[in-house]
Design a protein around this ligand. Structure first.
Ligand SMILES: NC(=O)c1ccc[n+]([C@@H]2O[C@H](COP(=O)([O-])OP(=O)(O)OC[C@H]3O[C@@H](n4cnc5c(N)ncnc54)[C@H](OP(=O)(O)O)[C@@H]3O)[C@@H](O)[C@H]2O)c1
Length: 324
C-alpha cells in the first residue's frame, strides 16, 4: 500500500510510520520536520499545515490510506479531506477519549470549529477533536477509522508522564504513590496502537473505537511496573489525596505532579470499554514490557534530567515528610 501519514516525526505518528515501513508499505510523511526526522524507509514531504495550499505538492499523489493525527485544528483536518478524501479508500483519524464530556453517559463535548483568534488550549482539545471527527465522517463516511486513544505509553513519549514511574521506581528507596484504592488505570503502548492502525488500513477496518487497553486498578499497575523495574527493597509509600492536595501536587501530568494519578472527581476518565477495539484487532502487550522498554528509553535520555512531568527528589521528600 501507499500510505500518507500526516505527521511521522513524533511518537504515535512516527511509530505508525515505522510499523508501516516494517510491513513493506510505501510511506510518505507530511510534516514540517521541525520535531524530528521520519523513520528510515519513509519519505518526508515538508508541509506546514498552517500555510494555505500546504498540501498542493502532494496533489498528484494517490494513496491507499491516510493517517491523520491532527489535534490543533479542524481546518487542517478539512483541508486534508478535501485534498485526498475522495480518492483514498481508508481514512484513519486519531482522536482521543477527551471527546467525552461525561464518561458515565458518553456525552460528547460540543464540536468547536477553529477560531483564528483563539489560542489552542487543553480546554479546547476535546471539542476540536469532536469537530474533527464530525468532519471526517461527513467527508469520508463509511471509510473512516476513528481511533479515540486513551493514555499512550512507551518509548518516545514526549509528555514524560508514564516514563516517570519506571524511571523513579528503578532508583528504589521510598517511592510516593497515591493512596487511591478505587482508582483505575488504562493505557495503550504506542507500538501496539501503531500496529493496529496499520492493520486497520490493511484490513479496511472502519468505525469509531475507544482505543486503549483493559482497565486495571492503578495500584496494581504501579505494582507491575515496580515488579519489572524496581530493585529489591523498594518501598511504595501510599499518600492520601488530602496530603497531595494540601501540598499542591498536580494530578496526571506536568511539573510537581504525580503522573497518571487522578483525584476522585476525575476518576471516571478511566474505565472505557475496549472490547470492540480488542474484537477488531487491537492487541495490548503486557504492562511490564512497556515499563521495561520505557525504562531503557528513559535511561537513554538520562534518569536525572529535568522532566516535564513528575516529582523532583526534593518534592518527593517534602511529601514523605508531610505524610510521616
Ligand atoms: N499522547 C497521548 O497520551 C494521547 C492520548 C490521546 C490521544 N492522543 C492523540 O494521539 C495523537 C498523537 O500524535 P503524535 O504522537 O504523532 O504527536 P503529535 O504531537 O500530535 O504530532 C503530530 C505531528 O504533527 C506535525 N505537525 C505539527 N505542526 C505541524 C504543522 N504546522 N504542519 C504540519 N505538520 C505539523 C508534527 O511534525 P513537525 O513538528 O515536524 O511538523 C508531528 O509529526 C494526537 O492526535 C493526539 O491528540 C494522544
Amino acid at each position: 500500500m501507499k500510505i500518507l501519514v500526516l505527521g511521522g516525526t513524533v511518537f504515535l505518528s512516527k511509530a505508525v510510520t515505522a510499523e508501516a515501513v516494517r510491513r513493506g508499505h510505501e510511506v510518505i510523511c507530511g510534516a514540517r520536520g521541525t520535531s524530528g526526522g521520519v523513520p528510515e524507509g519513509a519519505r518526508l514531504v515538508q508541509i506546514d499545515r498552517d500555510q494555505p495550499g500546504a498540501l498542493d505538492q502532494l496533489a498528484d499523489e494517490q494513496f491507499d490510506a491516510v493517517v491523520d493525527v491532527s489535534k490543533y485544528s479542524v481546518t487542517w483536518v478539512r483541508d486534508a479531506l478535501r485534498a485526498f478524501g475522495e480518492t483514498t479508500p481508508h481514512w484513519t483519524f486519531v482522536s482521543s477519549i477527551s471527546v467525552y464530556a461525561d464518561h458515565a453517559t458518553d456525552e460528547l463535548h460540543p464540536a468547536l470549529e477553529d477560531d483564528p483568534d483563539a489560542e489552542f488550549t487543553a480546554e479546547r482539545y476535546g471539542s476540536v477533536k469532536v469537530a474533527s471527527e464530525n468532519a471526517v465522517r461527513e467527508a469520508v463516511g463509511g471509510k473512516e477509522f476513528v481511533v479515540r486513544a486513551g493514555l499512550i505509553t512507551g518509548p518516545g513519549d514526549p509528555s514524560d508522564r508514564f516514563g516517570y514511574w519506571p524511571a523513579r521506581l528503578s532508583k528504589g528507596g521510598r517511592v510516593v504513590v497515591p493512596d487511591s484504592p478505587e482508582l483505575g488505570f488504562q493505557h495503550i503502548d504506542v507500538r501496539d496502537l501503531a500496529r493496529w492502525i496499520v492493520f486497520a488500513a490493511e484490513e479496511r477496518v472502519t468505525g469509531t473505537f475507544d482505543s486503549t487497553g483493559p482497565v486495571m486498578p492503578f495500584q496494581m499497575a504501579i505494582g507491575e511496573i515496580a515488579g519489572a523495574t524496581a530493585p529489591a527493597g523498594t518501598q511504595l509509600v501510599p499518600v492520601s489525596e488530602d496530603v497531595l492536595k494540601q501540598l499542591e501536587i498536580n494530578p496526571w501530568a506536568g511539573p510537581r505532579s504525580l503522573p497518571l494519578w487522578l483525584p476522585r472527581a476525575w476518576a471516571g476518565m478511566v474505565g472505557r470499554d475496549v472490547s470492540p477495539a480488542l474484537a477488531n484487532g487491537l492487541k495490548p502487550r503486557p504492562l511490564a514490557e512497556t515499563a521495561l522498554d520505557s525504562l531503557e528509553y528513559e535511561r537513554g535520555l538520562g534518569l536525572d534530567r529535568p522532566r516535564k512531568a513528575g516529582l523532583t527528589e526534593q518534592e518527593e521528600q517534602e511529601i514523605l515528610t508531610a505524610a510521616s
